[in-house]
Write a protein that binds this ligand. Sequence first.
Ligand code: NAD
Length: 352
Amino acid sequence: MKILITGGAGFIGSAVIRYIINNTNDDVLNVDKLTYAGNLDSLAHIEHSPNYRFMQSDICDAEAMQQAFARFKPEIVMHLAAESHVDRSIDGPAEFINTNIVGTYTLLEAARHYWQTLDEDRQATFIFHHISTDEVYGDLERTTDLFTESTSYAPSSPYSASKASSDHLVRAWHRTYGLPTIVTNCSNNYGPYHFPEKLIPLVILNALEGRPLPVYGKGNQIRDWLYVEDHARALYKVVTQGTIGETYNIGGHNEKQNIEVVKTICTILDELKPPTNGQPYESLITFVKDRPGHDQRYAIDASKIEDTLGWTPEESFESGISKTVKWYLDNLDWCRRVQDGSYQRQRLGIGE
Ligand code: NAD
């Protein structure tokens, strides 16, 4: 298969590309603007594969998107490019509206025009897979509630509102134009190559540097954590076996309070890299003012993808978080290049 992946230099997109290149014979075109969140270092192990190509482009650039379709002639599109950090969306929503909404619209139009030129057989097998988040469903109040594919949308942040808008556009392009689309909504991911502004890598790296471990409010917000490689397998399963027009929720059955996550990381680090000052890493935890509009609880009912496509996560939270902490300890060079900005200078061709 020929798969056009947007946002393939990001955290989840790079996991999807590594999975496809390492496990299949599919050809991948990675279309990525390389914003601050795009890091080609995350694809270093597969970048010389004959099945992999990279195009630095903005999904809002209609002409570039048309060219990507015309030249690569994809059979599948996996659309992951997005602005993804909630805190950044609060400080500056414009980029989220632009990339997540206008960018998705632009990509849908390029896909639709290309799809209309295909013969009937190829039209029938084409898939536009939109990768989205459980945050579009908003906050869960009762502790027993779970997000299902029919839960109403109620986004709380500029990020989740922009993703909700993009999900609606994708559904409308299916309903109105017949474009064969699938949407997936996934819970919080964690794992290797995660940009250090997100909770888990931030805590690992701050702890190693003896810096405060910031926790919003009381740290009692609950998220349903999924190991990123389990998500990558789920996404591939959806594009190879999923049903057009459907939505699939993807989650890890790992509901944890943020404070539990932070303490678990501290305990693993205490063992693997005992602190030099003898103080357990937990002593660095610092509670900070809560984020405005912060949702209290997200939790996914993943029974549809489990029952219909036979996908289940391979990692428990315990196994996945241990692997993740070990990965960061073994890949401090990757982290250093993100922290000092050299990952960006190299790809722009500027010497260090
Ligand atoms: P990320 O921020 O790590 O990566 C985003 C990628 O998109 C980067 O490589 C960036 O350079 C690229 N990009 C941004 N704007 C672009 C533009 N205008 N044109 C082309 N490329 C652009 O994000 P992620 O965590 O890998 O998330 C990927 C997708 O999965 C997003 O759509 C996100 O909403 C969704 N998602 C993320 C999570 C999570 O926990 N991280 C959970 C569920 C769903």
